[in-house]
Ligand binder design. Structure first.
Ligand SMILES: [Fe+2]
Length: 473
């Protein structure tokens, strides 16, 4: 459905107003969740098995290539300070190989399987899901069915899932709609942040999915609170700790809390997962060279990585979109556009965004795609900010949260919508190989609601001439 005119704008503004938050309700932190398992951070040679138990008794994990007789056995220690979570990093794995495993903890025994990535040079297609926004107000776990969209996601039998922010809604209650107990409060303590993650991870459909599809998670704002600015929010360290306890992301030794990272999936896919929260300048700062969403180190890492990548398709994975209004007096996303798509004076993170785009254009980096979320509707977009430069942005979500609808695109990027889905829970699927990319937006029932196909030979970036970074719009 296409929404135009002032009437739709009014509806939109209502829909982005803060939801009514009731005072923090008593928490149910002691609910027995049983043994929880998540397969995460899988590469062509390693994988991480994350677990959460109900006691300090270690989880015994056994894994092997499917068809092999000999198990590798690991005893996973559960850390009480980390809400009895633990992880085992499985190393020395074979690429493109199915592994089976069992995990045992007290009376609980869980069996699962996953597949490792193809080797970086292997000519294999990649099937990637992405979405975000799970368990917002009035969308906590359905009392009977839970988070059913994960059943539709499991049916895609994807290689991996990018959980692109708002993996919990720490700063929202569950609202009035009937829901499974355990998350109807606003988190301010580590225990409460843990409980929000435990609640979402403990959902039956989420568990079935997480035991078999490798997940790469990135946070957005609701892992701490709405539109938080990492360096300046007193709740950031506790929200980040809970996120790291529940998502086994291993930063480098000199920065163990680093979340941005690169994911390689065969010859055709490389993903640059951005942390848009931890290093950002306050949203109200006037835009210009001193304002950054990524911080200098991460931006350099991204640009160097894009230039060096030999993958057919290069994905910039950003929790917030490049090309549309996301609400608020001061934009929380890259775009500085208002609700009608017109640029607001020195708003957003436009200077940094356009510096990134200018580098892509000037370096002649081909087949760059932005995957994003945050706006609670799905959209497939072609941005053409200069006559000789175009790139695509695909937006998905929510999994289970307030549902939004199509909005005006940022006019400064000369954008064209190729398909959209509003008022619906959804996830995106992108399948790439050496010749093409196919992207689909899929709804809660598993139906494809929008799709686009792009040939890899279509040079989405054609220019290799230096130019002024400010000249990209
Ligand atoms: Fe969200």
């Amino acid at each position: 459905m296409r929404w135009t005119g002032l009437a739709s704008t009014a509806v939109f503004l209502l829909s982005i107003a803060p939801s009514g938050l009731s005072p923090a309700a008593p928490t149910a932190l002691d609910l027995r969740a049983g043994l929880l398992v998540t397969i995460a951070e899988v590469s062509h040679e390693r994988a991480t098995m994350w677990v959460r138990g109900d006691s300090r008794e270690p989880v015994i994990a056994r894994y092997r290539p499917d068809g092999d007789a000999a198990d590798t056995v690991a005893a996973i220690r559960l850390d009480p300070a980390a809400d009895l979570t633990g992880r085992a990093v499985m190393t020395g794995l074979a690429p493109a190989t199915r592994y089976v495993y069992e995990a045992e903890h007290g009376p609980d025994r869980i069996a699962g399987a996953f597949r490792t990535a193809p080797a970086p040079g292997a000519d294999a297609p990649a099937r990637i899901l992405w979405s975000g926004d799970l368990g917002g107000a009035n969308h906590c776990r359905d009392i009977e069915d839970g988070y059913t969209i994960f059943e539709a996601m499991a049916k895609r039998r994807a290689d991996l899932f990018l959980f692109l922010g708002d993996t919990i809604y720490a700063d929202q209650t569950c609202g009035v709609r009937q829901h499974a107990p355990g998350a109807n409060f606003i988190a301010t303590t580590l225990d409460q942040y843990h409980a929000k993650h435990r609640y979402n991870r403990g959902d039956t459909a989420v568990q079935r999915f997480a035991r078999t599809t490798p997940i790469f998670a990135m946070w957005d704002d609701h892992e701490v609170r709405n539109n938080f600015v990492g360096p300046f929010d007193p709740l950031m360290p506790v929200g980040r700790q809970a996120f790291l306890d529940y998502w086994p992301i291993a930063g480098p030794p000199d920065e163990p809390t680093r979340l941005y990272r690169r994911v390689r999936w065969g010859r055709h896919a490389e993903l640059f997962m951005l942390d848009t929260r931890q290093y950002r300048t306050p949203n109200a700062t006037p835009d210009g060279p001193m304002k950054s969403m990524l911080g200098d180190v991460q931006r350099t890492w991204l640009l160097d990585g894009l230039r060096a990548s030999d993958a057919t398709w290069k994905f910039i994975v950003s929790s917030v979109p490049f090309g549309m209004f996301t609400g608020g007096t001061y934009s929380d996303s890259w775009s500085g556009a208002n609700a009608l798509g017109f640029q607001r004076f020195r708003n957003g993170f436009v200077h940094e965004r356009d510096t990134i785009l200018a580098t892509i254009r000037d370096s002649g980096i081909r087949n760059v795609v932005v995957l994003s979320g945050d706006v609670h509707h799905a959209e497939l977009i072609r941005h053409a900010p200069a006559p000789d430069f175009a790139f695509h942005e695909f937006v998905a979500g929510p999994l289970a949260a307030r549902q939004g609808f199509k909005r005006f695109l940022d006019r400064s990027l000369n954008s064209r919508s190729l398909g959209a889905l509003g008022w619906a829970k959804n996830f995106g699927e992108v399948v790439v190989d050496g010749d093409r990319l196919v992207v689909r937006i899929v709804d809660n029932a598993g139906a494809t609601r929008a799709s686009v196909r792009l040939p890899a030979a279509d040079r989405t970036v054609v220019r290799a001439v230096p130019s002024d970074p400010g000249d990209t719009r």
